[in-house]
Ligand binder design. Structure first.
Ligand SMILES: C[S@@+](CC[C@H](N)C(=O)[O-])C[C@H]1O[C@@H](n2cnc3c(N)ncnc32)[C@H](O)[C@@H]1O
Length: 276
């Protein structure tokens, strides 16, 4: 029955149901934003690579509960966020309101972002950490990013590495096995999972998601084809969440890294590209 529904309807139901649990979880640690100097882990991790965004107009695509959006606003950017999950945006608005930040959050599909945002031109587009896997067509996404940027504006993102997304669960003897597609496929990978990636006691009704992987070369090619120039591509040996439970160590900087020979695995990457 669920297979007949549009993938957006299926995925949105999953995100809507999980948004409140995410906002309440120790993993997102939203209570830390009570300190006006606090920035999310993700923004802190990339702070030096990001450089100054003060005074710049930025849009956070697939902003979820808005913790990175608020962090970018705290660095002086004039931010707005976009996400298709109304429950996520409810949490994002609550967080921004509590912090006294004026951040408009727009509801809609990322592929429709230019129209939804009134064809405004931004100094930067920020996205990442579990964003691209929800999108079937990476070239279309890159065209959207290009349409949102003014000439000289930049895309800045950090994502889970497509090699990480293609792994099966780690075997008992520590072997990493490639299981899901690395390259973009027309057909979605259909996953069934009762839980989520944060600690929560909440029980969820929606377990199915439709996802797509995109190879690193496909992502870079899409960005270049959309008229952007690549200015940074750094692969990291850590991720900001426990991506392979039972097989990762928590590092002092709050990141997670494969315990056994982490040098085998590109965990995540940061990418920056500038619109010509
Ligand atoms: C893992 S979050 C990424 C945000 C952030 N990195 C985080 O970890 O909170 C993924 C977000 O993508 C949104 N999303 C998924 N598919 C979407 C689409 N087609 N259009 C807009 N938002 C979408 C979901 O609602 C969810 O809030």
């Amino acid at each position: 029955m669920q297979r007949d529904l549009d993938f957006r309807t299926i995925n949105r139901a999953s995100w809507d149901e999980r948004a409140r649990a995410h906002a309440a979880s120790p993993d997102y640690a939203l209570e830390c934003f009570a300190d006006p100097a606090y920035l999310s882990h993700e923004i802190t991790f990339d702070r030096a690579r990001l450089g100054s965004v003060a005074g710049q107009r930025g849009v956070h695509l697939q902003c979820h509960i808005g913790h990175d959006t608020l962090s970018l606003a705290r660095l002086g950017a004039r931010m707005c966020g976009l996400d298709f999950s109304p429950m996520s945006l409810e949490e994002a608005r609550k967080l921004a309101r509590a912090a006294g930040a004026d951040i408009p959050f727009h509801e809609g599909d990322v592929y429709e972002a230019p129209e939804l945002l009134g064809h405004r031109a931004f100094d930067f587009v920020y996205t990442g950490i579990g964003a691209l896997c929800w999108l079937p067509d990476i070239a279309r996404w890159a065209a959207v990013v290009a349409a949102l940027l003014k000439p000289g504006g930049r895309l800045f993102m950090r994502e889970g590495h497509p090699v990480l997304w293609s792994l099966a669960d780690v075997t008992a003897d520590g072997k990493l096995c490639l299981e899901a597609p690395y390259f973009e496929q027309q057909a979605a990978q259909i996953y069934t999972s009762p839980g989520t990636y944060v600690q929560t006691d909440q029980v969820f009704d929606h377990h199915v998601t439709h996802e797509w992987n995109h190879g690193l070369g496909e992502i870079v090619t899409a960005v270049l084809a959309a008229g952007l120039t690549l200015t940074m591509l750094v692969e990291h040996d850590s991720v900001p969440w426990d991506a392979l439970p039972g097989h990762m160590d928590r590092l002092d900087n709050g990141e997670w890294r494969l315990s056994d020979r982490p040098e085998r695995l590109p965990h995540s990457y940061t990418l920056q590209a500038i619109k010509r």
